[in-house]
Design a protein around this ligand. Structure first.
Ligand SMILES: [Zn+2]
Length: 81
């Protein structure tokens, strides 16, 4: 009577993990991927096609390029206002 199934504790999130895909500032989907080609990093959204490329700089992480990507996008839309 009253036997309850005891659920196992949900495994805690792994330590700080960098996601493979990032959120697109334009369409809001998690479809932004970052690829490096030679000395360039290409950040592109697989959904809406928003794309920027940056020169690889030492010490910058993928996340930093994603940050630049978002900055570029906002610079662009601010330019249209
Ligand atoms: Zn997008």
């Amino acid at each position: 009577m009253g036997r309850r199934k005891r659920r196992k504790k949900v495994v805690l999130r792994p330590k700080k993990r960098i996601p493979k895909v990032f959120m697109c500032p334009k369409c809001g989907k998690r479809t932004v991927s970052i690829k490096s080609q030679d000395d360039t990093v290409v950040v592109v959204c697989g959904n809406c096609g928003l794309k920027y490329s940056f020169q690889i700089k030492e010490g910058l992480d993928k996340v930093d390029y994603y940050g630049k990507f978002v900055d570029e996008y906002y610079k662009e839309i601010e330019g249209f206002i």
